[in-house]
Design a protein around this ligand. Sequence first.
Ligand code: PMP
Length: 360
Amino acid sequence: MARVNNFSAGPAVLPEPVLAQVRDELLDWHGCGMSVMEMSHRGKEFMAIQAEAEADLRALMGIPANYKVLFLQGGASLQFSMLPLNLLPVGGKADYVLTGSWAKKAAAEAKRYGTVNIAASSAETNFNRIPVQSELKLDPAAAYVHVTGNNTIFGTEYHYTPDTGSVPLVSDASSHILSRPVDVSRYGLIYAGAQKNVGPAGLTLVIVRDDLIGHCRDGAPTMLDYAIHAENDSAYNTPPTFAIYVSGLVFKHLLAQGGLPAVERANVEKADLLYGLLDRSGFYNCPTEPASRSRMNVPFTLANAELDAPFLAEAKQAGLVQLKGHRSVGGMRASLYNAMPLAGVQALVDFMIDFERRHG
Ligand code: PMP
């Protein structure tokens, strides 16, 4: 078996011990004679799996008791609609900070339901930075403030928690959830598609403060009402059972590593290794402002775009895959999620130094 170093932005690398455990338990989960995929979502086995996953996520993130954890479907993209449908009253307004393609999509969706105020934007510099607190033109009458905690495509990340006063702060944490400790009490709602740092695609996590539940608009689909999912422990309909199970194993794996402070230390080390090379080199260039750089997604370009194809081909030969950058930025992107080991980043850096020596 030859596992590659997978730098995909998502779906992305998962921890190998978790995959091995899934393999070992695949046909017969804990002696019950069936796979988790084959279980009733209302049976005691699966209900215990889900309850344990929730308890472990609460422990990992320190989620306060007055927040609900919802295991939903529809991806982060459905949250772009579900959020305004639940938090934005008819005729209401919301603040959005534009820091990239996903933030723009979130804001465009909210516009269908109310007034969207762009509190700040880094569009002028092709989204290479995160606006600082003093740039945020926040409306005290907004129903909420939406930020994209980590910008998967442009490779930027909030390294501060915006102060929004009494207005609930909402973060799309899809591409950095569980990568660093977070003070959940500073947020009204956090949502994330699972397929980057959590588990398989098909699961969406929503962590929402109690008082923000129960205000869904009349006429909205039942399935898009947070209250319905909260009242039914995320089993109003069939939840993505297998994805919840695998994600639960990832939570246990992260707890065993020492929890999010330990995960953060490892992520800082990995990111520093790659950014260090990018900053030293005259051959590679990183478009993002240093203070805004993402630890999870690292975009970079080569001195000469004609070398992109050979770079990707040779990298693949070396077992380094999924490095092609997003079409809106070009060049390369290395995603360094939790499950990417330091040795994988070291292998990438060694390859890049060698490539520069041969082509630079
Ligand atoms: N937000 C961010 C920050 C993302 O990176 C992505 C997916 N790449 C999305 C939203 C969309 O997520 P999904 O595909 O789960 O709808």
